[in-house]
Ligand binder design. Structure first.
Ligand code: SAM
Length: 191
């Protein structure tokens, strides 16, 4: 179970460079935010979203302790990303760690409609070669529903524009989390 998170970071490390703008769509305790903040460096920018005040506060403290000053924290749903990020601001990568906050309120979970709306919005401003990495937990109440919606959504993305890979453990019991990685390979043109 633990090994999935370093792998999600590896997928972002491969495509994010210093100076890039990236998104942590679910800050929680700020693990991914800190990772992204170090990855893009002083000239880069991280937008971090979470609906929970406690998550935003924990992440803010974590950034302060680590002297990271390139993070903009927003207490709002990631489905409202377009209120905060201009569409011409190109995004190199984004991460969603779905489900509930460990050691937090387990009744606050990510939901399929808002997760998919956020992915849709981010894909519009994703760079060519940029990736959205989703860590999907599906053992909790509502988790299977979110997983099914996400898989259906990803399976329907046009292969001419997006390359989607699923990475999963096949020898772990009890609903092991898995990763979906969406990479934009060509700009979507509207005729
Ligand atoms: N990445 C985090 C970390 O490093 O600690 C863990 C994230 S936790 C699995 C999921 C988080 O998603 C929770 O903190 C929860 O409050 C948040 N969340 C749920 N719905 C959300 C939404 N619509 N927009 C943004 N965050 C949301």
């Amino acid at each position: 179970m633990k090994a999935i998170l370093p792998f999600s970071h590896q997928l972002l490390k491969e495509i994010v460079s210093e100076g890039d703008t990236v998104i942590d769509a679910t800050c929680g305790n700020g693990n991914d935010t800190l990772f992204l903040s170090k990855l893009v460096g002083e000239k880069g920018k991280v937008y971090g979203f979470d609906i929970q005040e406690a998550a935003i506060e924990n992440t803010r403290k974590r950034m302060e302790t680590n002297h990271q000053r390139n993070v903009v924290l927003i207490q709002d749903g990631h489905e409202a990303i377009d209120k905060y990020i201009r569409t011409d601001e190109k995004i190199a990568g984004a991460i969603f760690n779905l489900g509930y906050l460990p050691r937090g309120d387990h009744s606050i979970v990510t939901k399929p409609a808002s997760t998919i709306k956020a992915i849709d919005l981010i894909t519009d401003s994703l760079k060519i070669g940029g990736r959205i990495v989703l860590v999907v937990y599906h053992g909790h109440d509502g988790g299977a529903e979110e997983r099914n919606h996400l898989l259906a959504y990803c399976q329907n993305l046009d292969q001419n524009f997006y390359q989607v890979l699923q990475y999963q453990f096949i020898n772990q019991k009890n609903h092991p989390p898995f990763i979906l990685s969406l990479e934009k390979i060509k700009e979507v043109t509207v005729h």
